[in-house]
Structure formats: structure tokens, C-alpha cells
Design a protein around this ligand. Structure first.
Ligand code: G6P
Length: 423
């Protein structure tokens, strides 16, 4: 089996190699091709991964290439983890909204919108290459915003894509920790969108949680007030902090002085010089602070489920169909699914709590408009997307915000600034 990683210059790459090596008896990977547009980072990561593979004692052959088609051709799984514009663009996504008093965050609100505009056309291009050069392959995506990426790829290419996020299984861990049981014994209905999901109807080993057990799990969520979680009756994605504590979050982000993107960027020189050290054949300690852990588990879980026809319970971003009756059938949602040889089948769920149904629907409207704007370069649709977003909404602010975001991302938005750009 050949597997490739697009965006392999990312520090997330060694985790995937580690898991592939651990799961070698289940996934017979012969070749792992690392592809990136940044030749320097790619060379560092390829060198490190070759040493790491040796240290792990695996016989997976690793090679690097800057040629995307070379990486994709005849691969069984295409792992995508790109960041168009790098962390510098991410920092602008965080700072511009914040300067207008709005949440400035990588995936949520206006920051996620700017990231979507940069990323979606590139991901659709990659998916077109996959259709051409590896038509049966699955794209295993953790490029953000993963829900919008899945929707754009499905709508524009029909390629097979699993939109993944490590957050889908968080509720298993919260309940597992608070009850002292194995996370795998915990099941729930999970519905909503990426970074806007809710886990409810929770059971542990098939038994529904008592109110007390639910309250204890609610206290594990962290950034959302447990009393609010009890009011909802569902464990929310931690990203709900930006919706349920908006004013406090904006104040905290302003007071922090440094955004998460700035922190990550500051770590990179040290992290990459550790990877580049010709003696380094183990993951550097600093990688723990970089975050993003958990992706490799989800990605490998998906590949194993498909390759070995396991019918695994997983949380994936998939077209809604009839899962949530209050959303369009073609809208990509994040929900619990069975994953097996014939792909991803969303499981039926009860409707999420009334208190968040409108929120989910509003954010989905924003997402569908954002996908359209990203793929057409139409400013009117882009403005409509921001007006639809509950974290922006104010048309006067949205207008200024859009101008600033577009201008800051000029180099990454050929569709908005090309000669044929729509008004
Ligand atoms: C989590 C989220 C991802 C996000 C990442 C950011 O894993 O689920 O959507 O991209 O954190 O991590 P970072 O370390 O870059 O802030």
C-alpha cells in the first residue's frame, strides 16, 4: 500500500509515521510519500522521518517530493494537512477580527472564514488530482476548516473524502475520565458541525448516564461553564466557548497580548532545528507543546476501518442526508458514523437540544455561503456569509471586516483579485 501526506512539512507528520509503524500488521504500508510545497521544511521532515522510521524499526519506505501528482498517483489514502499562507496568515485571521471587537480564532468566526477562502480552492484542486490519478483513494483530511473543506470537495469534485477532527471523540474521554471507565465504552449521539457539535444520549457500556454522572462529565469540558452545559443537557465542543462566553473571550484574547498563532510561530524555529539535527531520531519534547495530538489516531482509525472493513464507530464530517431534518440534505455535518469497506454511513441521531438548533442552522448557512464565496471569489456572497455568521452578523462591521480580510490575504486569493473577479 502507498500512502501520502500532502502538507507533510507540518510537525504533525511524525505522529502519523509513529502510528503507521505501530499498526503495521493491520495496514500493510510499503511506501509513505511526503509532499510539501515548502522544499526546505519538506527536506527537514523527510530526513527526520527516515531516521525516526529506522529508530522505530519499521520497513516503511519514506521519500519526499514537491510534486503533488507524484505523491498522489496510485496512493490508497491521501492525507491532507495543508496550511495555505502558513502561520503568518493564521495570525492575521486572529488579529483582524479582534481589532474590530470580534472573536479572532483559527477556525471559528471571521478567522475561520479567511482561512476557508485561502484553503478551499487549493483543497478542491488537490481533490481533482486525486480523482484523476488515484480515483479509488480516500482523502483523509484534517486541514481546517475541515467541515467546509469536506463540503467544498464533495460539491465540486465528488472525490471520496473523510473530514476528520480529533474533537469528535472528546466526549468519550470526558466521560471516561469522570467515571473511571474505558473511553471506548462510551457512546452518544453526536450532532452539529465541526467545532459546533453536541454529544447527548450518553451511555457507558450501554447504560445511560445518571444526572450526577452527566454533571461530572460536564466539569471535564473545561472552557465552557458546567452550569451552562447542564442547562443544554449536551456536552459541547470546547469551541462553544466562543459562542457561550463571547464577551469574556474577546476580552481575554485582547488581554493575552499574543495570539495562539504567534505562540505556534515562535515555537517553529526551535522545533524545526530539533527535527533537522542529524542525530535526532526521536520526537523532540517541544512537540508536546505544539499540540495537535490525536489526529494520527483518528486518521489511522479511519484507514484501518476502510481497509479492513471494520464498521468502526467514528465521528466524521459527512453530507447530512436526513440525519438532521432542519438542515439541507447536501449540507456537510459532523456526526457519529459507521466506517467500513463501503465508506461512511451516518448513524441516526435524535435532534440536538432546541437551545442550539438555531445556532447550528445559522452557522451552516454561513458555511454554505463561505464555500460558495471561496470557490467563486464573489464579494457579495462573501459579505452575505459574514452577515449570516452569529459571531459577526452586524452588516456595517462585516463590510469593514471583509475589506480588511481580503486585503490582508490578497496574495492567497487569486479568485478575488484576478481579472475575472466577480463584484
Ligand atoms: C485542535 C483543533 C484543530 C486545531 C488545532 C490547533 O486540534 O481540533 O482544529 O487546528 O487544535 O492547534 P494549534 O496547536 O495549532 O493551536
Amino acid at each position: 500500500m502507498k500512502i501520502c501526506i500532502i502538507g507533510a512539512g507540518s510537525p504533525y507528520t511524525p505522529e502519523l509515521l509513529e502510528k503507521l509503524s505501530e499498526w503495521r500488521d493491520r495496514l500493510p504500508v510499503r511506501e509513505l510519500v511526503l509532499m510539501d510545497t515548502d522544499a526546505d521544511r519538506l527536506a527537514i521532515m523527510t530526513g527526520f522521518c527516515q531516521r525516526y522510521a529506522n529508530a522505530l524499526g519499521t520497513d516503511i519506505v519514506i521519500r519526499g517530493t514537491t510534486d503533488r501528482v507524484d505523491a498522489i498517483r496510485d496512493a490508497s489514502f491521501i492525507n491532507t494537512q495543508i496550511r495555505v499562507g502558513g502561520n503568518r496568515a493564521r495570525i492575521q485571521d486572529e488579529k483582524i477580527p479582534l481589532s474590530l471587537g470580534l472573536i479572532g480564532q483559527e477556525t471559528t468566526g471571521a478567522g475561520g472564514f479567511a482561512k476557508a477562502l485561502r484553503t478551499l480552492p487549493v483543497m478542491v484542486d488537490i481533490a481533482r488530482d486525486v480523482r484523476k490519478h488515484a480515483p479509488d483513494a480516500w482523502i483523509v483530511n484534517y486541514t481546517n476548516p475541515t467541515g467546509l473543506v469536506a463540503e467544498a470537495v464533495i460539491r465540486h469534485t465528488g472525490a471520496k473524502i473523510a473530514g476528520l477532527c480529533a474533537g469528535g471523540v472528546f466526549a468519550q474521554h470526558w466521560v471516561g475520565r469522570s467515571m473511571g471507565v474505558a473511553p471506548q465504552s462510551v457512546r452518544y449521539d453526536l450532532a452539529g458541525l465541526n467545532h459546533m457539535n453536541f454529544a447527548y444520549n450518553l451511555t457507558a457500556s450501554g447504560r445511560p448516564l445518571t444526572n450526577q454522572e452527566f454533571s461530572a462529565a460536564a466539569r471535564e469540558v473545561g472552557p465552557v461553564d458546567p452550569a451552562l452545559i447542564e442547562t443544554l443537557g449536551a456536552l459541547p465542543s470546547p469551541y462553544l466557548q466562543y459562542y457561550l462566553h463571547t464577551t469574556a473571550k474577546v476580552a481575554a484574547m485582547k488581554a493575552a497580548g499574543r495570539t495562539r498563532g504567534e505562540e505556534v510561530l515562535a515555537m517553529e524555529p526551535e522545533l524545526f532545528s530539533a527535527f533537522a539535527d542529524p542525530a535526532a531520531d526521536r520526537k523532540p519534547d517541544l512537540l508536546k507543546k505544539r499540540g495537535g495530538g490525536g489526529y494520527a489516531d483518528v486518521a489511522i482509525g479511519f484507514m484501518d476501518a476502510v481497509w479492513n472493513a471494520r464498521d468502526s464507530w467514528m465521528v466524521v464530517n459527512v453530507p447530512n442526508g436526513r440525519t438532521l431534518p432542519f438542515l439541507p440534505e447536501d449540507a456537510v455535518i459532523e456526526t457519529a458514523c459507521l466506517v467500513g469497506a463501503d465508506g461512511i454511513r451516518p448513524l441516526p441521531v435524535k435532534d440536538p437540544p432546541m437551545a442550539v438548533r438555531g445556532l447550528i442552522a445559522a452557522v451552516k448557512s454561513y458555511e454554505q455561503l463561505a464555500v460558495e464565496a471561496a470557490m467563486t471569489g464573489c464579494r457579495r456572497t462573501a459579505l452575505a456569509a459574514l452577515m449570516a455568521h452569529p459571531l459577526v452578523r452586524d452588516g456595517d462591521v462585516a463590510r469593514t471586516l471583509l475589506e480588511q480580510l481580503l486585503e490582508a490575504n490578497r496574495n492567497w486569493l487569486p479568485l478575488f483579485f484576478g481579472e475575472d473577479a466577480e463584484p
